[in-house]
Design a protein around this ligand. Structure first.
Ligand code: MN
Length: 228
């Protein structure tokens, strides 16, 4: 079999302490997974559940790599998030077994065209174009479970130009990593190489060209991204 044009190699994410790379298969995302963010997003945390959406695998951007301000938005937002890296195929797994499928964890930024998201949400249309655009998924190196275990608490924070904007704790997540993997594995066959962005705490806001976002999750890593 020959190809009519060369296929692109899988997008790659660094693994802390290893020369091997993590080849990205799919990027899943969880929305509305911190109560204080659900409230700031204008929803009632007692009436909505976390939601799933996706980004293309080649949206990943490594730590320290600049992101160009995207087209078709004038309200471009950051969202600091814990990212799960899937290491084994997972299909219909139980919450009790879900941790076995996690290779490691990283720090991610779910970049969002907020104006488009709110317009599409208001008319009940899919918000893919507000979330799944080019370079919309900055991510730190992945830290294997064999090194850091399964973090259940730790400050999750983001600064813009040195000023703190988001400041929460991953222990505030509504759906925990095991519950997220169990739920997603009922909807999709998860594969090694899948990344799951697990939602953001309160404090979302805009950035413009020239801004520098520094973010981190204590016990995992930091992630710095400049908008140009
Ligand atoms: Mn998000």
């Amino acid at each position: 079999m020959t190809l009519i044009f060369p296929s692109k190699p899988a997008p790659m994410v660094d693994i802390a302490g290893l020369s091997e790379k993590f080849p990205v298969n799919r990027i899943y995302c969880v929305g509305l997974n911190y109560k204080d963010h659900v409230v700031e997003f204008g929803e009632d945390p007692d009436k909505v559940d976390p939601v799933f959406f996706m980004k293309p695998a080649d949206a990943v951007v490594a730590n320290g790599v600049d992101v160009t301000y995207p087209s078709k938005t004038s309200n471009f937002h950051y969202e600091i998030e814990l990212v799960i890296a899937v290491g084994k195929q997972a299909k219909n797994v139980n919450v009790e077994d879900a941790k076995d499928y996690i290779y490691g964890y990283a720090v991610g930024n779910d970049l969002t065209r907020r104006d488009l998201q709110l317009e599409l949400k208001a008319i009940g249309m899919p918000w893919d174009i507000s979330k799944g655009f080019d370079h919309s998924a900055p991510i730190s190196a992945i830290h294997p479970v064999s090194e850091i275990g399964h973090p259940t608490e730790g400050r999750i924070w983001l600064r813009v130009n040195g000023e703190i904007q988001q400041d929460g704790n991953i222990n505030q997540m509504i759906a925990k990593p095991s519950q997220i993997i169990a739920a997603l594995s009922q909807l999709f066959v998860l594969e090694p190489g899948d990344l799951i962005y697990t939602g953001t705490p309160a404090g979302i806001g805009p950035v413009v060209a020239g801004d520098v976002m520094e973010a981190g999750i204590d016990g995992i890593d930091r992630l710095t991204t400049k908008i140009i």
